[in-house]
Each structure stands twice: as C-alpha cells, then as structure tokens.
Write a protein that binds this ligand. Structure first.
Ligand code: UD1
Ligand code: UDP
Length: 381
C-alpha cells in the first residue's frame, strides 16, 4: 500500500484538489491522506465543505494580516514533520500559493517525491502575479511529476528543460470542480434580481490600486443600473478596507461575505459578465460560457485569450472601466465571448492526475496526454 498525501492550504487549492482527492480515494493499492497548512481558515473550510474532503492533519498556520516570510517559516518545518508522520510515499501540491512552494520545499528536503498539479502556468513576469509566478516556477524545479493543465503549460515546461516524459497534460481540475458545484449550487439567499456582473479583486500587486479600481467599477455600475454587480469580498482585511468605502453606497453593487463554492458556481453560471483578478475564475468563466474581463496586465492563461473567452482589461482603473463598460453596452460582443470554446479542460482532469500518480508509484501505465477538442463549446468538453 502506497500513501499519497495531498497538501494544500487556501481556497483555490482546496477547490482544485477536491477532484483529485475523489479520483484517488478508493484506488487499489493507494491510501490518500490530506494535509492542510491552514494558510486560509474560513475560506478553506467553506471550499472543503462542498466536496466533503476530510483532513488528516491541519497545521493551522494562519494569523491575522500574516506576512509571507513568517508564513513560510511556519509551514516548512511543520509540513516536513507531518509528511513523515503520515508516512507519505508521494505528495501532491497545487498551483502557486505560498503553501504550494513551502510544502514542495519541505517534501524535497525530506526526500518525498512531489507531483505538481497545475504545473507550467507562466505569465512571463516575476512581478505579476506576485508572488505566485515565483511560487510556481520554484515548485516546478522540485517536482518529480508535472501535471500540466493544458498543452501550452506543458510546452512552457519543456522549454525550461523539464523531462518531457514526466510532464503529463491532464486538463484543469478546476473545470471538474466547477461543473460539480454548479450542478448542485443555488444562488445566495436574498440576492436582488439580475442580470449579474460578478466581481472579485484581491491580488497583492493590485493592492495599491484597489480603492481606485473599486471607484472605477462603482462609476460603471452607476452608468448601468440595469445590472446588479455582486462582489463576494475576500477575507483579507487589506482588501476589505480598500474596496468597501468606494462600493458600500452604490445601490446596484452588492458586497457579500465569501460565498460557499456551490453558491459561487451558481452565481457565476447566472452572470452576464465576470470582472476579476483571480486565476481560477478565468477558467470557470470559460467553462460556464460567461465572458471574463481580467483585471491584470498579463495572464498565465493565454489559452482563454486566444479562444476569445477572456479579455485583458489591465489594472489601470480607467482602462478597466472602459473594457467593462464596452462589454456591458454590447450584448453581441458578450454573446461571442460566451460561445468561445473552453480550452482549459473537459471535466475529467482529476482522473488523469490520479492515473499519472499511480504510474509514478508503479501501479499502472502512463496516461495519455489530454488535448482540447477544437470545437468544444463552453459546456461541452
Ligand atoms: C493567498 C495566496 C494567493 C491566492 C489567494 C487565494 C499566497 C502568497 N497568496 O493570498 O496566491 O490567490 O490566497 O484566495 O500564497 N484571511 C482570513 N480568512 C481566510 C483567508 C484569509 O481572515 O479564510 C485573512 C488573514 O488576515 C490573512 C490574510 O487574509 O492573514 C491574507 O491571507 P494570505 O493567504 O496571506 O494571502 P491572500 O491574499 O489570501
Ligand atoms: N470562490 C468562492 N467563493 C467566493 C469567491 C471565490 O468559492 O466568494 C472560488 C472561485 O469560484 C474560484 C476560487 O474560489 O474557484 C478562486 O479563489 P481565489 O480568487 O481566492 O484565488 P485565485 O483563483 O486568485 O488563486
């Protein structure tokens, strides 16, 4: 019996690891363990609740307004001990958070092989998103198995000299997750009637601009009273303090506490437009057929731009407001974006990740690489 430990600590990691947990649990010859760093507390628990993923260890590292070097210092030794106690033969980390790199580093130092789910995403700029681009590059250096969501991510890894045999293209596990959740979710209670524009902003490199970005979106909302803007605000106090003053008095801008993932998925599916600096929402919009304006200057998800599902709005407040306003004024442009093919996944990525891990542990063959089918529409796959 081989033990595979899934290690994660924030909301997006939990959501995108849940399909991997489900695919690995119950496989012959494998025991699955879940190690939470607890980098997030409430948001992590909300994300886990939808999927009923049990935790075997929780390092409970979150503190109010945590500083990243301190967080790293708490995670590495505690994760190294927990990986040993859980008798881990293999560890899977996800994505690009501090948890991702800190656990990968701890595992590497302990001699436990690491598989990286969502490997190979690159914006090409170390300062954007910060510090995520560094976290993912550093993690990829340490991995035994790179689980690339798309052919583009795999090509990035090959270009950096990774062993092509140990890069497996799986599709994005977030697509499995959002389909599962959207099928079960209901809109949040007491939401005013739509049509909806869903907004999320929380990236660190956008922190200095958050108040201005929020004010610019408030102006767009004033010009479009026919839309209800819904913004579930990240728990980070820095984000809350920056955006609330600009948005609290705008009648068609609803500020919510973070939503449980199935409510979030239902809200996204019911939206006319998504405005976000999040990573995962870019893929979820493409999967659900909802156009996305990305509030960043660069994206590590260029497939969505090429397919026509995403538009880069930038993080200059006026420029972003113009991009959002243009789409709200033009239902034909929105319809074209909504009909764009989904390049990110087919809803079966979790199974391919599980197959690839089983292969590395000598329990099965290497799975075939996934490739998007050119005609796959948003809800196809
Ligand atoms: C982190 C990740 C980012 C990811 C994001 C997802 C890093 C460096 N950043 O950013 O890549 O996109 O999570 O949401 O790993 N807080 C709570 N409750 C929660 C969550 C956060 O109170 O459930 C507050 C705490 O005061 C905490 C602060 O938010 O100190 C910041 O959390 P942190 O994980 O450091 O950074 P994020 O900005 O959430
Ligand atoms: N999400 C959620 N509730 C919310 C806001 C976001 O469940 O109130 C989900 C969202 O649908 C996506 C993930 O959380 O699956 C994105 O997380 P976040 O924006 O925190 O991180 P990022 O994607 O930027 O890394």
């Amino acid at each position: 019996m081989k033990t595979v430990t899934l290690a994660f600590g924030t909301r997006p990691e939990a959501i995108k690891m849940a399909p991997v947990y489900r695919a690995l649990a119950g496989r012959a010859g494998l025991r699955v363990r879940v190690l939470l760093t607890g980098q997030h507390r409430q948001q992590l628990e909300q994300a886990l609740a939808v999927f009923e993923v049990p935790a075997d260890r929780d390092l409970e590292v979150m503190t109010e307004r945590q500083r990243l070097p301190d967080l790293f210092g708490r995670i590495v030794p505690a994760a190294a001990r927990a990986l040993a106690e859980l008798e881990s033969d293999y560890v899977l980390v996800h994505g690009d958070t501090l948890t991702t790199f800190a656990v990968a580093w701890a595992a590497f130092l302990e001699g436990v092989p690491v598989g990286h789910v969502e490997a190979g995403l690159r914006s090409g700029r170390l300062d954007e998103p910060f510090p995520e681009e560094a976290n993912r590059r550093l993690t990829d250096v340490l991995t035994d198995l790179a689980l690339a969501p798309t052919p583009t991510a795999a090509a990035n890894l090959r270009a950096e000299g990774h062993d092509p045999e140990r890069i497996v293209v799986t599709g994005q596990t977030g697509i499995d997750a959002v389909r599962f959740a959207a099928a079960r979710g209901r809109l949040p209670a007491d939401l005013p009637p739509g049509p909806y524009v869903t907004v999320t902003l929380h990236r660190r490199e956008n922190w200095p601009l958050l108040a201005e970005l929020a004010a610019a979106l408030a102006r767009v909302a004033r010009a479009h009273p026919e839309f209800t803007f819904v913004y579930p605000v990240h728990k980070n106090p820095v984000v809350r303090e920056a955006v609330r003053p600009a948005l609290a008095d705008q009648p068609n801008f609803v500020l919510l506490e973070p939503l449980e993932f199935s409510e979030m998925a239902a809200l996204l599916a019911a939206s006319e437009l998504i405005v976000t600096d999040s990573g995962g929402l870019q893929e979820e919009g493409a999967a659900l057929g909802v156009p996305v304006v990305v509030a960043r200057n660069v994206t590590e998800r260029p497939e969505g731009l090429a397919a026509g599902a995403l538009r880069l709005g930038g993080n200059d407040p006026e420029k972003l407001a113009r991009a959002v306003n243009e789409l709200l004024c033009d239902p034909d442009q929105r319809a074209r974006m909504a009909a764009a093919p989904n390049p990110f996944g087919d809803g079966r990525a979790g199974g391919r990740v599980a197959d690839a891990v089983a292969w590395r542990l000598g329990l099965g063959p290497r799975p075939a690489d996934w490739a998007p089918s050119p005609e796959a529409g948003p809800d196809a796959g």
